[in-house]
Design a protein around this ligand. Sequence first.
Ligand code: NAD
Length: 287
Amino acid sequence: MTAQIIDGKKISMDIREELRPRVDLLTDKGAKPGLAVVLVGDDPASQVYVRNKERACEKLGILSVKHDLSQETSQEELLALVENLNQDPSIHGVLVQLPLPSHINEKEILYAISPEKDVDGFHPQNLGRLVIGDPLFLPCTPWGVQELLLRSGVQVEGKNVVIFGRSNIVGKPLTMMLIQKAKGANATVTVCHTRTRNPEFFTRSADILIAAAGSPGLVTSEMVKEGAVVIDVGINKVNDRLVGDVDFEGVSKVASLITPVPGGAGPMTIAMLMANTVKAAEYRIGL
Ligand code: NAD
């Protein structure tokens, strides 16, 4: 079997284009969506991510406001900025780019973002709403994975899903999303992590295998069931090349559908961030 490739770039562009009329309608109503992105320090990867988010906003007609703060910014200064953005009526989404410098208490900053402007979906109130099946903002990367599956015609209901990774931003929220009694969900989900013994035992019966571990070469063809769908969320730099967590070449021979890295799950995150920002603006004016 040679797997068909899921084109995340194309699907993400489709999603972004679908948002355009909603942005136009909001703008006509005097409620142009606005996203504030806060970057602390000069981490090169974060700078690239922030630039990509700004570009996506510009292309869609979403107001994008970047706050570029020095590495030495204090906890109090950052909290004060978040508070200002919470109050700013032109801003509908507030995103603090992670990771933050080590002297900053990340949790306190994320908890300070108004849940109604939490377009990253990291606030405990939004994660709690996700758990009980009443989400406001879904975290962008897991939501992007769910959309990739939906838009590739993958039936998730009743399937065995194995997820590698239990982080608060990918693995855990994705687990919660896929077990919901909802469209694009209703799966039986197993989570593998660094303490899982013999992960092959679980992965070999997975209809859908999702890797979000940050560990290159983690998923090999022997671990994958013939015909499985494989989604690679991992982004790892190996010898100046970006690779995922999945041995793409080997696994492509066994899987039925697979995402490449780059061009798979990656571009979906920004598309879902745009979707959350539009949703935040609609929510504000009761649309
Ligand atoms: P993280 O380091 O916070 O979490 C990784 C998780 O994977 C941990 O829970 C750990 O238990 C598990 N894990 C690590 N190695 C493992 C192994 N060998 N076997 C089983 N489990 C293992 O990382 P994260 O923030 O969740 O990100 C995961 C990956 O996804 C990274 O490569 C990251 O770059 C990528 N990522 C991509 C996007 C995107 O596409 N836009 C967004 C977020 C993260």
